[in-house]
Design a protein around this ligand. Structure first.
Ligand code: F6R
Length: 256
């Protein structure tokens, strides 16, 4: 597989980066180019979903006929609990838009047979025709989805052990301190099958991961570096997240 250079956009701040990501998602959905969306959760995506919700409420956008596949869910966290990604998606997107509930897929972290659930999820993505546009955040350790460092670039949807860094970063959602140790996540290989990929990174805590993903070695030490094996990746960062780029990419700056 050959290496490609992701298209990089650097905006002056996080709000502008989120608005730009939302604009791209909205225009692909509106044109019918993105009928199947890969969706992410996390703090970075909250303002993106807020823009999309505002567009739907202003009748400028509709998710009618759109199918969503979320990247991941914690193992053992019931969908009604606020810390679950099911609850996050209801709160930030699904309950506020015309997204059809039966077209909104999230892995079932309570499935009695998690390996079977992972295969079922892969099959559902294939049956929907594959993902047109995959939205991604990035962990400060370079993870995409919950593919932690060491994840094979060919990996598929599966159960993973969450790293200590990831459990710490997500601890705020678990006030009782019971941060799950495992999650179900699409694999790096699953993500790389999307036709288009849009990664959004904001804040200085993502700067090291962004530099490793774009300019570091192609290595499972930084799962996001695998995105360079895909021809159609756009990375939108604010200045803070781009602050450790120093190679030839550093001058591809589009200050919005
Ligand atoms: C979320 C996901 C993760 C997050 C990443 C960044 O569904 O798969 O990869 O995108 O951990 O999270 P935030 O945006 O909270 O920094």
């Amino acid at each position: 597989m050959s290496e490609h250079r992701p298209q990089l956009e650097i905006t002056r701040d996080a709000a502008t980066a989120a608005a730009r990501a939302a604009e791209i998602v909205a225009s692909r959905v509106a044109s019918g180019a993105a009928k199947v969306l890969g969706l992410a959760t996390g703090g970075t995506m909250v303002p993106v979903y807020a823009h999309l919700v505002a567009a739907v409420q202003a009748r400028k956008l509709s998710f009618h006929g759109v199918t969503g596949f979320n990247l991941d869910e914690y193992v053992g966290v019931a969908p009604h609990l606020p810390a679950s990604f099911h609850a996050y998606m209801r709160q930030h997107l699904f309950a506020l838009t015309d997204f059809a509930p039966d077209h909104a897929h999230i892995p079932d972290g309570l499935a009695p047979d998690l390996a079977a659930e992972a295969s079922r999820y892969e099959m559902a993505i294939a049956q929907a025709g594959g993902i047109d546009l995959q939205l991604l955040g990035i962990g400060s350790n370079g993870h995409i989805g919950f593919n932690e460092p060491g994840s094979d670039f060919a990996s598929r949807t599966r159960v993973v052990e969450l790293s200590e860094a990831t459990r710490r970063a997500n601890a705020v959602a678990f006030p009782d301190g019971a941060v799950p140790e495992q999650a179900l996540t699409m694999g790096v290989g699953t993500i790389l099958q999307a036709r288009d990929i849009l990664l959004l990174a904001t804040g200085v805590e993502k700067a090291g991961a962004i530099a490793a993903a774009i300019e570091g070695p192609l290595s499972t030490d930084c799962p996001a570096s695998a995105l360079r094996l895909h021809q159609r990746v756009r990375i939108i960062c604010d200045e803070a997240a781009a602050s450790e780029l120093d190679g030839p990419t550093a001058d591809i700056r589009r200050r919005a």
